[in-house]
Design a protein around this ligand. Sequence first.
Ligand SMILES: [Zn+2]
Length: 228
Amino acid sequence: MVKYLQDHIPKNTQFNRRTSYEMHPTYLTIHNTGNSTSSARNERNWLTNPFNKRTASFHIIIDENEAIECIPLNEVAWHAGDGNGDGNRRSIGIEICESGNYEQTLENAVQLVASMLRKRGWGVDRLRRHYDWSGKICPRLMYDSGKWTGWHKFVAAVDTQLKEVNDILQFEHDYQWKQLGDALDGLYRVGEINDYTWAEKAYTRKLTQSELAWINTILYARGKGIAV
Ligand SMILES: [Zn+2]
């Protein structure tokens, strides 16, 4: 998971960038910074730079190395261009940097967004583009001349991540992972299963319910003399 840190801009930041308006978010809105060279740190610092004269802000900025929360997620920020509409008033604005290793940045954004949805019990139907609120071509790197190919790929990647992680086994105690790993390791050693990946996935806490159901069924069938 990408490094996530809070570095909130001060409450007295000029141009009303800290609104102090309470927000109960119901959406996550995705942006690109529109700046091909600025990092997350640059963008965070720009919010408090005296030369910045725009009444614009966002909650989270993410790049290839880190995500920085600049405004509390329960406070209104000005990022959606829809005035007092739901974009500004009910959505968390996430800016994706365009600098550096953009592939890595996108991967980080997928992980972050999936984890934010998961925490809230939300699905990808909660995702919006800046474009959805005010028609601005943003996130611009996902635009593809109006086909929004990058956007659809992004949403699909978040959805996949969400489902994968949701399917990972959950145990009350950590030792249960080791126990499961030892069981699969033992089954591998006696030749009952021929792929050590399963034991590794248990030891690293990544085994999913689907995988375990599959392993169990295969082992059960083999135990009955069925050649699978
Ligand atoms: Zn935007």
